[in-house]
Unconditional design. Structure first.
Length: 339
């Protein structure tokens, strides 16, 4: 499954309107024509998500928000995030939010978003809270005004709580590595094999001659197989972690983490933990996945203790699991069970 993001094109309005109509939602064609026109005028950016070339969802960045408080102080708004029901639980909403925040960072240190108050918006409320959005402190807005104590209002889509997030430009960004970043990924992967040769099942010597075309084939960007990167402000990869789900009927209930590495000058900043937490949170949404396994050499006590703090349990130690340059290393096998 290949998930791609791109800007809205002129052919999209009809495709999007029809896609929502097929799932029983009335999303008028004129709405997306307006989005396209406003994007051309530089008033918004509309990002479309596709799965294997088919429309799956979209999000907007409004440079001048409809919400008065955001508009007055110049906070861009992430607006009208929608994912087709058949493509939910694949992390598409998170990818769209990542992209929207990246776009906003170019102009603003803050992003704003509104969320409805009743249960239909429950998943969105949870997603925004996990991403660090907090209420702006102004209370409930009904599209015209703020509600005050004693006001009576119908519970509908107009009742909105607005949230903001500080987009720290020096903050590490955790996101999927793409084929276009293959050369940068491979540099840090080879660095990991050279700097910590005892920690990985493959060697630098066996890997250094791999053509970049072969590396690109190894980079998957799917919900059940991907490589995460920890990116600095200037988009340099300083940490990596791979995940893949088991294949076939008997193994689809478990996944595996591999290749966790943080470049030495960025250690001690919680990057390894952030990579692992991102994987655990993503896979929590999977209905099939019951556990995630990993292996770590026993002499790497900091890694072993990190995994234990995250909830991994040891289920055995393999003696002499790896041998390199005359030295042998034991490997601890660990698993994380979803409750």
């Amino acid at each position: 499954m290949n998930i791609q993001l791109r800007e809205l094109s002129e052919r999209d309005p009809e495709i999007i309107s029809n896609a929502f109509k097929q799932q029983g939602w009335e999303k008028p064609l004129d709405l997306y024509v307006r989005y396209s026109d406003e994007q051309k005028r530089g008033e918004r950016v509309s990002i479309v998500a596709e799965v294997d070339g088919d429309f799956a969802g979209y999000v907007n960045v409004l440079w001048s928000s409809y919400y008065p408080s955001f508009r007055e102080i110049g906070i861009p708004e992430i607006n009208d995030l929608n994912v087709l029901m058949k493509y939910r639980r694949l992390g598409i909403g998170s990818k769209l939010m990542d992209k929207a925040e990246e776009i906003i960072k170019e102009r603003s240190d803050f992003a704003g978003i509104g969320v409805g108050l009743f249960t239909d918006y429950g998943n969105a409320q949870i997603l925004y809270a996990k991403r660090g959005y907090i209420p702006d402190g102004r209370g409930i807005h009904n599209g015209q005004e703020y509600l005050e104590y004693g006001d009576v209002a119908a519970i509908n889509d107009d009742l909105t709580l607005y949230l903001t997030k500080k987009l720290n430009k020096r903050e590490m960004c955790i996101k999927n590595i793409t084929e276009e970043q293959a050369e940068q990924f491979w540099r840090i992967r080879l660095e990991s094999l050279r700097v910590s040769p005892e920690a990985f099942g493959i060697s630098y010597e066996d890997s250094v001659g791999t053509p970049i075309s072969e590396v690109m084939k190894k980079i998957k960007n799917e919900h059940d197989e991907y490589i995460l990167g920890a990116f600095t402000e200037d988009d340099q990869i300083v940490g990596i972690a791979g995940f893949r789900k088991g294949r076939g009927m008997k193994f689809k209930h478990k996944g595996m983490v591999w290749g966790v590495y943080v470049t030495p000058e960025y250690r001690g900043k919680g990057i390894g933990k952030s990579l692992m937490v991102d994987i655990l949170n993503r896979e929590k949404e999977s209905e099939e996945l019951k556990q995630i396994n990993l292996s770590v050499i026993t002499v790497n006590r900091s890694a072993v203790e990190l995994y234990k703090r995250l909830g991994f349990e040891s289920y055995g130690v393999e003696k002499h699991a790896l041998e390199y340059m005359g030295e042998v290393y034991d490997e601890e096998h660990m698993t994380y069970f979803y409750k």
